[in-house]
Design a protein around this ligand. Sequence first.
Ligand code: HH2
Length: 262
Amino acid sequence: MATRVMGVLNVTPDSFSDGGRWTDPERALDRGLAMVAEGADVIDVGGESTRPGAEPVSDAEQCRRVLPVVEALAPQVRVSVDTRSAAVAEAAIEAGATLVNDVSASLWRVAADAGSRVGWVAMHMQGEPATMQVDPRYGDVVSEVQAFLVARARAAREAGVGEVWIDPGIGFGKTLAHNLALLAHLGDLVATGLPVLVGASRKGFLGALLGGAAVDDRLEGSLATAVWSARQGVGMVRVHDVAATVDAMRLVGDLTRAGSRG
Ligand code: HH2
């Protein structure tokens, strides 16, 4: 199946890449619809930055930021809500979101209670955003992340969630080496049989690999990682640059088909 594209829409003043650009609900709606026109399958609306060092945002403030945008977009496209708060996830579902994108991997009961139309993304994070990049350590990052995600997915399935995604959480309590190891072994996550989501777009490790590129100068790395992920069998990529990602993935898909002799 073709890899789907989740477009990032941060309705925050401080997200690491698009912070402050879409805080006005009208502009956020326009941005969301533009990403749909570019080929996004899902729009991921978030009201709390989880970049390294970020402090938590109250439920009330997250709701104030995301609910008008979720409500306006939901009739036009599938909407996910990017939150660690059960109350915010519940309110967003009420407003029309059908996917809970949960970087804390703890909110599966919210999805279960909402019934079969609502799915859940379990993302791996070591620690909390405020301190997660201080000194992340693993024995074997690939097997530890995989074991964690499979266990959370099993709990969600047992609670009755029909659609469960797993995400290695690139940049969430991980060094450059950890991120590279996880990306190199995406096939292991895919082999679990659970659909895999990867969010590497514009992240810091790409800046490091691209010789210190600033956040807006990481397109090459973002595209390369999205195409790599798609080729490993990942089911969805979470990206800021939707049009370029769709083009790059389509091109490599065409190449692959043209090259197969079977
Ligand atoms: N990354 C970010 C936020 N949410 N969700 C999933 N499932 N996977 C990710 O890799 C992921 C995520 C961080 O990126 P961004 O939303 O662009 O920035 P910020 O956290 O500063 O709002």
